[in-house]
Design a protein around this ligand. Structure first.
Ligand code: PEP
Ligand code: MG
Length: 899
């Protein structure tokens, strides 16, 4: 029979798929002998069944009853009994942490009788009635679907009647009245009474937590974090302990290292006389954890011992939630903590140096996206800017945007292309869309562990929180400091590394990590120097591990030089079309408009020296490394002026009574003649080379003459010529003949014997399907995954992402855009086929990739496994690609395959 419920003592940390992160780690702490309030976990398998069929498994009720009975036995109390009742918390806990996105119900078991028993056992009537009103409110809202505002309004009215500013001032009698009001509201809005039966409360709360997996905010969070929608959540049911029983009680959050920088030490927040929710919501400002040493040294020392034990057990930064109930410390949660990218590199590096983890594990614990974040710019602190406020630096980075005061406004403005900073007193999970839309989040309340901080860090968003010196007036859409009022729309700058907020747009400077690549020298500065060292150490390890070579897509000497500084081992794609733009465009126009062979040849002859010089400089910048030069790819009309622009010019002249400009007239005729309904499927790529006489010859001559010049200058040029958009072997054969003819002609005239591999892009499904034949005449393949994705899906790459991809993502047709991450099922199969059949007909055929996917971490792991020789990406992504190629090699040699 399937077990849907596990006691904490029955699980362990490796069971997160079934028990969720929270359930698995509570089980682990229980096994380690740490003081964990007893409880059990309902599995995510039960949730999945509930979500797919609308019913919990038939067995579930019985299993919950059995586990509840044993929990009651171990606690020596019955759930909701009239005297000294056992009370339970019911919390969500999925495989991946989704902070605050799903529901929690606390104080399950309280009813009209148990509340009296709780008052007696706690010796505190007010506390008991406050707990009861919280349960009725939470249960009414979460389980019985009564709008939360209904309860909030009732509370506000009561506070007004009693003339108190906050609910801690309501006395017992007033809380008793409030409970009655809440119960009436539930009856009115839900059409049934608040259930008094504790077992029913428990059962319904568990189902409500299951259902909260599909709440809008949870779905949105998963989409952003690329968490699959079908995992479901586990639910942990645990004995309540109370941090709000007086000054000898409290709740806190602790980290075994600083999650912002990775530095070892004791970090965290503590809130005396409060429940854990109060710490996380940031509604009251917590004190630094060190304060607990003074308040309760015994608990503090025990906590530190548990933290040390957990960090050495998990061999990683742990974050911990704890509660002290009347001087007794309870551990409520632990997990391997979220951290900034800087901290990820620092912690992995330190732990490997301390031999706590292996160097392989260190590489596994960092990733390309984190490295990319470390390469972003930060503020230029030498610029004089007015400091508006300082708060807690909760998530590093630099961001500039217009201040906005609610989530909807952030979403609206950012959809219009405006950069915004979301400013709130504190954030709640309902602010998630605004946090995603904003460049940064600024709050006046809450510490490093507040919702705003945790969520922003998880997203890599800039965040400053707990900025007590500002007063946020969300209704007035402004915040004020001692000397200024900042209204909605005012541009501010937020430094999440320093915790500083500036007026206006502060200029940015490049990051130390970026500078270290650009100059080859780490920049001084304590943390900064360390992060540079950590990054380079792990990159060196990735380089030593990877099989994939990393090249860059570059078409200027400057980009080529940068790519080399960033560690590229060649150019995988030099797009020559960029060399035809700017002041050279008239030459291309002349070529297109040519009436005679002689005119066309003259135009091409004028282009030749310019192209040659481009290639000389690029080959020089990449001396000794391969440079893959692609023959002209885009449709020729892209080099002509816009049709409407020409038509308007002609109409204006006509209106002024002037004659048409003959050149414009001719251009317009050419544009009209060459107009295509689907230019991406039209006269472009190899097709151009086959129908425009002299074009291929001019480009090849330019490459060959550049090679001759480089050799004469004692260089080591390694050109490769690549033919785009081939769909049939015969196309490549014809172009290849032309390439070889010109090549031999130029090099033999110069008295130089140098070969130049000629290869092709594989970017059409037909090319992949006939790769065996194509390979007979190709020295290499380069996968053009941009076009291959476009043509495999039939998606116009320039249109669809903006047009309807968000609907496709919503409907789970895919989890990520196939233009960002390779679609393994479709495009991936074509790639595997092309690699296999290409190498079968030509053993040892070199295969690389030069589409955008070459810089995407997830796709890189696929390319490694598909047996590619190299990946090519933009120069700035080269370090990311090196790191991920190393991780991919390591993963496939040591561990289970990734998904
Ligand atoms: C590709 O199609 O993947 C490619 C690299 O070529 P382009 O993006 O220039 O079409
Ligand atoms: Mg292409």
């Amino acid at each position: 029979m399937t077990s849907y419920v596990y006691d904490f003592a029955e699980g362990n940390k490796d069971m997160a798929d079934l028990l969720g992160g929270k359930g698995a780690n509570l089980a682990e702490m229980t096994r380690l002998g740490l003081p964990v309030p007893a409880g059990f976990t309902v599995t995510s398998a039960a949730c999945r069944q509930y979500l797919t069929t609308g019913r919990a498994p038939a067995e579930l009720d019985r299993q919950i009853r059995l586990h509840l009975t044993s929990l009651e036995r171990s606690c020596g109390r019955l759930l909701g009994q009239a005297a000294d009742p056992l009370l339970l918390s019911v919390r969500s806990g999925a495989r991946h942490s989704m902070p605050g996105m799903m529901e929690t119900v606390l104080d399950i078991g309280l009813n009209d009788y148990a509340v009296l028993g709780l008052a007696r056992s706690a010796g505190n009537e007010r506390f008991a009635w406050d707990s009861y009103r919280r349960l009725v409110q939470m249960f009414g809202n979460t389980v019985m679907q009564v709008d939360g505002a209904v309860f909030e309004d009732a509370l506000t009215r009561l506070k007004e009647q009693c003339q108190v500013a906050d609910d801690t001032r309501l006395d017992t009698a007033e809380l008793i009245r409030l409970v009655e009001t809440y119960k009436d509201l539930i009856r009115e809005h839900a059409g049934e009474a608040f259930p008094q039966d504790p077992a029913e409360q428990l059962r319904r709360a568990i189902l409500a937590v299951f259902a909260s997996w599909n709440a809008d905010r949870a779905r949105l969070y998963r989409r952003r974090e690329h968490i699959p929608d079908d995992l479901g959540t586990a639910v942990t049911v645990q004995r309540m302990v109370f941090g709000n029983l007086g000054p000898d009680s409290g709740s806190g959050v602790a980290f075994t290292r600083d999650p912002a920088t990775g530095r070892p030490g004791v970090y965290g927040d503590y809130l005396p006389n409060a429940q854990g929710e109060d710490v996380v919501s940031g509604t009251r400002n917590a004190v630094p954890l060190q304060e607990l040493q003074r308040l309760d040294p015994h608990s503090y020392n025990r906590l530190l011992a548990h933290m040390r034990q957990l960090e050495s057990h998990y061999r990683d930064l742990c974050d911990i939630e704890f509660t002290i109930e009347r001087g007794v410390l309870w551990m409520l949660q632990t997990r391997v903590g979220k951290r900034t990218s800087q901290a990820a590199f620092a912690i992995a590096g330190q732990l490997a140096q301390e031999a706590v983890i292996s160097t392989e594990e260190a590489l596994e614990r960092v990733d390309g996206e984190g490295l990319a974040r470390l390469m972003f710019p930060r503020f230029d602190t030498s610029a004089t800017s007015e400091v508006l406020a300082r708060g807690t630096p909760a998530s590093p980075g630099a961001a500039v945007g217009a201040a906005v005061f609610d989530s909807a406004e952030a979403v609206r403005r950012s959809a219009d292309g405006e950069k915004v900073v979301l400013v709130r007193q504190e954030t709640t999970p309902d602010d998630l869309p605004g946090m995603i839309a904003a460049e940064a989040v600024l709050t006046s309340r809450g510490g490093k562990t507040s919702h705003a901080a945790v969520v922003a860090r998880g997203m890599g968003k800039v965040c400053v929180c707990g900025t007590g010196s500002i007063t946020v007036n969300e209704a007035e859409r402004a915040f004020s400091t001692a000397g200024a009022t900042i209204r909605e729309g005012t541009v501010i700058s937020v430094d999440g590394s320093e915790g500083t907020v500036y007026r206006g747009a502060v200029p940015l400077v490049e990051s130390e990590v970026m500078r270290s690549f650009e100059t080859g020298r780490p920049h001084p500065g304590k943390d900064a120097a360390q992060v540079v060292t950590d990054v380079h150490r792990l990159l060196a390890q990735a380089d030593a591990t990877r099989r994939l070579e990393v090249r860059a897509n570059a078409d200027t000497p400057q980009d080529a030089a940068r790519a080399r500084r960033f560690g590229a081992q060649g150019i995988g794609l030099c797009r020559t079309e960029h060399m035809f733009l700017g002041d050279r465009r008239p030459l291309i126009e002349t070529m297109i408009l040519a009436h005679t062979d002689a005119e066309r040849e003259a135009a091409l002859a004028a282009l030749l020296p310019l192209q040659r010089q481009d290639f000389i400089e690029i080959l020089q910048a990449m001396d000794g490394f391969p440079v893959t030069i692609r023959l002209l790819d885009p449709p020729l009309h892209e080099f002509l002026p816009d049709r409407t622009e020409l038509a308007v010019r002609a109409a204006q002249r006509e209106a002024r009574g002037q004659d048409t400009d003959p050149h414009d007239h001719e251009l317009l005729r050419a544009v009209n003649r060459m107009r295509e309904t689907n230019p991406m499927l039209g006269l472009r790529g190899v097709r151009l080379g086959l129908v425009v006489p002299g074009l291929v010859a001019m480009q090849v001559r330019a490459v060959a003459e550049a090679v001759v010049a480089r050799i004469r200058a004692d260089g080591d040029p390694q050109p490769e010529i690549m033919v785009p958009l081939v769909g049939a072997a015969q196309e490549l054969t014809l172009v290849r003949e032309e390439v070889e003819r010109v090549w031999t002609h130029v090099t033999s005239a110069a008295g130089i014997t140098v070969t130049c591999p000629v290869g092709t892009m594989i970017e059409l499904p037909r090319a992949a399907l006939t790769a065996g034949r194509i390979a007979r005449n190709a020295d290499f393949f380069s996968l053009g995954t941009n076009d291959l994705t476009q043509t495999t899906w039939g998606f116009s790459r320039d249109d669809v992402e903006a047009e309807f991809f968000s609907a496709y993502l919503d409907k789970n047709i895919f989890e990520r855009s196939p233009f960002e991450t390779i679609d393994r099922e479709g495009v991936g199969r074509l790639i595997e086929l092309a690699v296999a059949e290409g190498r079968e007909s030509r053993p040892g055929l070199t295969v690389g990739v030069c589409g955008e996917h070459g810089g995407d971490p997830d796709s890189i792991h696929f390319f490694h496994r598909a047996g590619l020789d190299y990946i090519s990406c933009s120069p700035f992504r080269v370090p990311v690609a090196r790191l991920e190629a190393g991780r991919a090699a390591q993963r496939s040699s040591t561990g289970p395959q990734d998904g």
